[in-house]
Design a protein around this ligand. Structure first.
Ligand code: ATP
Ligand code: MG
Length: 391
């Protein structure tokens, strides 16, 4: 029987639930075209799935869209070629496009071929590194395409947008991107990514080029009742019964974060099927939690081992008790030391993607990692050394 749960890559169709409010918010902002949008959400909340769903709607309505994942390119040169390919592919079949493209990018000596990652692949022969002028030209093509070939707006979604910084150590990329984007009238952008803290700095610090340049959308957790209904429906679609108590436990243990909800449910499903049953028992959920902890034990161990003591102690405190403010009483209770030490450790843990913050405060982003941190030494395959010297 095919597992009805999916996790890892973005999801759509019956794998996708809720998000109506965020969908409407993003859709209407982009449709209105009054501002570009930056979307924040902690890891694995479903950003990519949501944005792709909104783009699919625009495509159905005839608005050309590009989804571009910055993680797919390692260098600026590669970005320019891949982005140009995506832009070309939007209008590849239209009359006169090849000629127009060759002209837009004359001194980059573009060549075009069919097939590959995009329907049309653009390669440049620029005889060296990209200059800021060349980059600006490539970015500027989006507006030209919208005006001259689409005759209407286009939408560009940059996933993992915070990574533009790593594309080139030499050029002020944020400034160049911002400079081009702010001149464009017919291209609507949505910026998002899984390193929320970096994006927040990009769009929230006065000294940064993108400061306050986009409307903000915050994607929270789905409503719990929707998550519960989703789990029940998915099991039911395979003829498997699940009681409210087991569903509650799945939602609670996965912290109601879509990725972990699907991952845990998937593991529970496998256990039920291999036991030859058509209902979920409490032991299936417990067993699935243990399986996931054991599966990731090496990774957790590596993460913990790499942390200096101040960060490990803080990670343990946050695993046990998420918090909004590190008041003296909390610091004492968890032997955290003075505020400045806690602050430094906190910033590092956020930068490392271990700690996230939301309205409930600072907490370990991965609810299974939080569990693992609190396990007695040596349990569920987590090596004793990972936990043993936490305190
Ligand atoms: N609306 C949804 N309905 C059901 N499951 C979802 C939904 N959104 C996300 N998920 C689950 O979360 C997983 C990750 O989704 P997605 O890649 O969209 O999240 P993300 O926030 O972009 O993640 P990352 O922070 O790693 O980039 C999916 O594989 C799926 O299991
Ligand atoms: Mg994503």
């Amino acid at each position: 029987m095919v597992n009805p749960f999916k996790y890892g890559r973005e999801v759509s169709g019956r794998q996708f639930y809720d998000r109506q409010e965020a969908f409407d918010g993003l859709y209407s902002k982009l449709a209105g075209g009054s501002a570009n949008v930056v979307m924040y959400a902690p890891r694995r909340y479903g950003k990519t799935s949501l944005v792709k769903k909104v783009l699919a709607r625009f495509s159905e309505e005839g608005v050309p869209c590009i989804y571009f994942d910055m993680n797919r390119v390692e260098t600026l040169e590669r970005f320019c070629e891949a982005y140009a390919s995506a832009l070309y592919s939007l209008v590849g079949g239209a009359k006169g496009v090849a000629h127009a493209f060759a002209e837009y990018l004359l001194h980059l000596h573009p060549t075009f071929s069919f097939g590959g990652e995009f329907p049309v692949s653009v390669k440049f022969d620029y005889g060296g590194k990209m200059s800021s002028v060349s980059l600006a030209e490539v970015l500027g093509m989006a507006e030209k395409i919208a005006v001259e070939h689409v005759h209407g707006p286009i939408i560009v979604a940059f996933d993992e947008f915070q990574e533009i910084r790593s594309l080139s150590p030499d050029l002020p990329l944020e400034g160049i991107f911002r400079g081009v984007i702010q001149e464009q009238q017919n291209v609507r952008y949505v910026f998002f990514g899984s390193k929320t803290h970096m994006l927040k700095r990009m769009f929230g610090e006065k000294s940064r080029p993108f400061y306050k340049s986009a409307a903000t959308i915050k994607l929270g957790k789905p409503p719990e009742d929707q998550s519960r209904a989703f789990v029940a429906e998915r099991f039911a679609s395979c003829g498997i019964g699940v009681d409210a108590a087991e569903i509650s436990r799945i939602v609670e243990v996965s912290a109601n974060i879509p990725y972990y909800l699907q991952e845990l449910s998937s593991q529970v499903f496998d256990r039920v099927v291999s036991a030859g049953r058509d209902w979920v028992e409490p032991a299936d959920v417990d067993g699935a939690i243990d399986d996931l902890l054991a599966e990731n034990a090496d990774w957790y161990f590596e993460q913990l081992k790499g942390l200096p003591p101040s960060q490990r102690i803080l990670a343990r405190a946050l695993a046990a008790e998420p918090v909004r403010e590190f008041l003296a009483e909390y610091r004492e209770r968890h032997s955290l030391g003075v505020s400045s030490t806690v602050h430094t450790a906190l910033v590092r843990l956020i930068d490392a993607g271990i700690v996230e913050s939301d309205i409930s405060g600072y907490h370990i982003g991965d609810p299974f990692f939080a569990r693992a941190i609190l396990m007695p030494p040596g349990e569920v395959g987590l090596p004793a050394a990972a936990c043993g010297d936490l305190k």
